[in-house]
Design a protein around this ligand. Structure first.
Ligand code: 8X3
Length: 249
């Protein structure tokens, strides 16, 4: 029987690429996000391969999350990909914008928790399921000016561990994925639309593409029932740590 996956932040980047990779595996999809036109376009494309539903909500809004997820007629979700999240601003912590901090803590941490809080009991009742949390190298290592973004991803790392421990009695798999430099809308959002700054992040080396991460996620969710890939760190070859990237001469 086909599996069913729910992906947050599915309208672009790693979320969208993961939806495409899952469709290639015959996994039915619930695509979640805020940008309905983008989700509609993706649905139109992927519906040729699998069943696709769309749910529009903002993960930061607890009521919206609960209302949208509880409206699902099919609650047998096999795979939850907690992908929604972003960086907002980058600079010294003493000058940080509290609005940016709210956006990152509310989206990357609380949003992931709100979505998971609804879906985990459904998985627990079925004694099966797989949760994939998209963290970051920033969650394993804090870099200069990354402060609150790094903190939000460090929280994701801790939540993945907490889920793995507490969901262990129910046979639910938890995979934490920590990418390094991936070229998506990520830097454009972080630098508030400043294309020059965003492009500079990926200059002088070949960054990962969203599809590279999606391929690994697709691999992780298609392992045999007794196997879980617990923690995956992914770098482009030019990257050696959160701060060391070989950009050539
Ligand atoms: C994205 C990777 O290195 O910009 O989470 O924090 S990094």
């Amino acid at each position: 029987m086909s599996k069913l996956a729910l992906i947050t932040g599915a309208s672009s980047g790693i979320g969208k690429a993961t939806a495409e990779a899952f469709a290639d595996l015959g996994i039915n999809l619930i695509l979640c996000g805020r940008r309905i036109e983008k989700l509609d376009a993706l649905k139109e494309n992927l519906s040729k391969k699998v069943n696709v539903q769309i749910l529009t909500f903002d993960v930061r809004d607890k009521e919206q999350v609960e209302k949208a997820l509880n409206s699902l007629s099919e609650k047998d979700i096999d795979i939850l990909v907690n992908n929604a999240g972003n960086a907002h601003g980058m600079g010294p912590i003493q000058d940080g914008s509290t609005d940016d901090w709210d956006a990152m803590i509310d989206g990357n941490v609380k949003g992931l928790l709100y979505v998971s809080r609804v879906i985990m009991p459904w998985m627990k009742a079925r004694k099966q399921g797989h949760i994939v949390n998209i963290s970051s190298i920033a969650g394993k290592s804090t870099y200069p000016n990354g402060n609150v973004y790094c903190a939000s991803k460090a929280a994701v790392e801790a939540i993945s561990e907490g889920m793995r421990l507490d969901l262990n009695p129910f046979g639910i798999k938890v995979t934490n994925v920590a990418p390094g430099a991936v070229e998506t809308e990520f830097s454009l959002v972080r630098f508030k639309g400043d294309e020059e700054k965003a492009d500079a992040i990926y200059k002088g080396f070949e960054p990962l593409k969203a599809e590279d991460i999606a391929e690994i996620i697709a691999f992780a969710v298609s392992r045999p029932a007794h196997v879980v890939m617990a923690d995956i760190t992914l770098f482009p070859v030019a990257q050696a740590s959160a701060t060391v990237i070989n950009r050539g001469a």
